[in-house]
Design a protein around this ligand. Structure first.
Ligand code: ZN
Length: 458
């Protein structure tokens, strides 16, 4: 969408709901990546002014003068399981993913009240650190979507869709049950119907993984995704367990199965992409599928996705925090550093602007929303993050983008704006009581850990 600034006619003041002045604006827009002392105006939830100075005559309901602050687009975090905030600090040291790891609470054990409390904690954390879009998928998506929507953050939720019996997977038993598949798909489409038309909620379909979904189930899901034009999230090449299971069951790679069932296309967001072959990568590139890179989860379990090859092939890449803490700023750093470990040095292919784009526009593109969000440009929705860069670790401002990627932290975020609404101010959520969110999640986690948890907190 293109909107030209309202012409600053002599005595007709330009109207703004919010006007940000004097900040360093990092746009993620290749046309003009940086404004050193920008004037950014918002009207009706969209960016209506972006220039070095405000119009000669204007009226703003609220004006923020932000010298020494960085303003960036909202970060797009498309692969999250907020409820799994309940296993952090433990699960990463036991196995590659909570759903496959014995000895920790499982999604199948969570009740709706616990789901609500834990999802809010995960989402509040991600939002406080600058995620304006959270692509969450897990159990109880009906109640967790309601709970997270109250925060004001933009959501792309889904139920965890599968036809395996997840209560048995952590014990090494992949038992498929068509009734489980039908029930999860029904819930997934009910969620879509419930939120259709909501300005900040766009429901996806999340096929858990090829090892936990039968081919019949995946075909059915592909048909629904096509008929309703829905984005499909999945875990792809996440583990050797998945690769071996799929090979034994189908004789193919997970990517080949996705291609055969009709899911390998521009609507697919493939999370992890660790165990993918060169042929898989070429298939993804040809199909226009998106790779959701999750470097911190991968590295914490001793693995790295072949991101240099994925990027070279032209696959769109986005970044996500998955079950780890929701700091997209730290994640940009991990992405850059791990890619350089793989390529063996510093080159033009892996620079701060590449990972900044992955964390913003790349995610927006994967979600089919890059026409509206992902960069700071006239006419786009006003999803913005304000960093306080007056702190010693973010000085001097020689190269603000370099500082953001190499030095900043999620905790430097002071303000988060979605659709022009301030949802985080002074580093606190504006719509919920953060203390209460933390306490309720703590209670839910302790219930779920039960006797097993006592060995950690006694
Ligand atoms: Zn995941």
């Amino acid at each position: 969408m293109t909107v030209t600034p309202q012409a600053p006619q002599s005595n007709v003041p330009v109207q703004f709901d919010l006007l940000i002045l004097d900040a360093i604006v990092l746009t993620a827009d290749p046309v003009r990546p940086e404004l050193r002392s920008g004037a950014l105006g918002i009207r009706d939830g969209r960016i209506s002014w972006l220039a070095d100075s405000p119009p000669a005559h204007y009226q703003a309901r609220r004006t923020l003068r932000l010298p020494g602050h960085f303003v960036t687009p909202g970060f797009v975090n498309p692969h999250v399981h907020s409820i799994l905030s309940m296993v952090r600090g433990v699960a990463a040291d036991l196995g590659f993913a909570p759903s496959y790891t014995p000895g920790i609470p499982k999604g199948t054990q969570v009740n709706p009240e616990q789901a609500r409390a834990l999802a809010r904690l995960g989402a509040v954390e991600a939002m406080l650190f600058g995620s304006t879009v959270i692509g969450d998928n897990f159990v109880h998506a009906d109640v967790t979507t309601e709970a997270m929507e109250e925060l004001g953050v933009r959501l792309c939720p889904s139920w965890r869709l599968h036809d395996v019996d997840f209560a048995k997977v952590a014990n090494g038993d992949w038992h498929f049950d068509a009734a489980i598949g039908a029930q999860t798909l029904r819930a997934g489409m009910d969620l879509q119907a419930r939120w259709q038309g909501h300005p900040r909620v766009k429901v996806n379909l999340a096929a858990h993984a090829v090892d936990t979904c039968s081919e019949d189930f995946l075909r059915e899901l592909a048909a629904l995704a096509g008929a309703h034009d829905m984005v499909v999230s999945t875990h792809l090449g996440q583990s050797k367990v998945e690769v071996e299971r799929v090979k034994a069951r189908t004789g193919r790679t997970s990517t080949e199965v996705l291609e055969d069932v009709g899911l390998l296309n521009h609507r697919l967001m493939a999370g992890h992409c660790i165990y993918v072959t060169p042929s898989d990568i070429q298939r993804m590139a040809k199909a226009g599928a998106h790779a959701i890179h999750i470097p911190k989860c991968n590295a914490a379990s001793g693995r790295m996705a072949p991101t240099p090859a994925i990027k070279r092939a032209g696959v769109n890449m986005a970044l996500a925090t998955d079950t780890q803490h929701g700091d997209m700023v730290e994640l940009m750093r991990w992405t850059l550093a791990t890619a350089r470990v793989q390529t063996g040095g510093v080159d033009d292919e892996w620079q701060p602007h590449h990972v900044f784009h992955m964390a913003t526009l790349g995610g927006a593109k994967a979600l089919g929303m890059d026409h509206d969000i992902g960069s700071i440009a006239l006419g786009k929705k006003a999803d913005l993050v304000v960093f306080n860069a007056n702190r010693p670790h973010l000085r001097p401002h020689v190269n603000p983008l370099g500082l953001l990627v190499h030095t900043a932290q999620g905790r430097d975020v002071e303000m988060v704006i979605v659709d022009g609404d301030i949802v985080v101010e002074n580093a606190l959520p504006t719509r919920v009581d953060m203390e209460r969110v933390c306490l309720e999640a703590e209670k839910a986690a302790r219930e779920l850990w039960g006797a097993e948890g006592k060995r950690y907190w006694l």
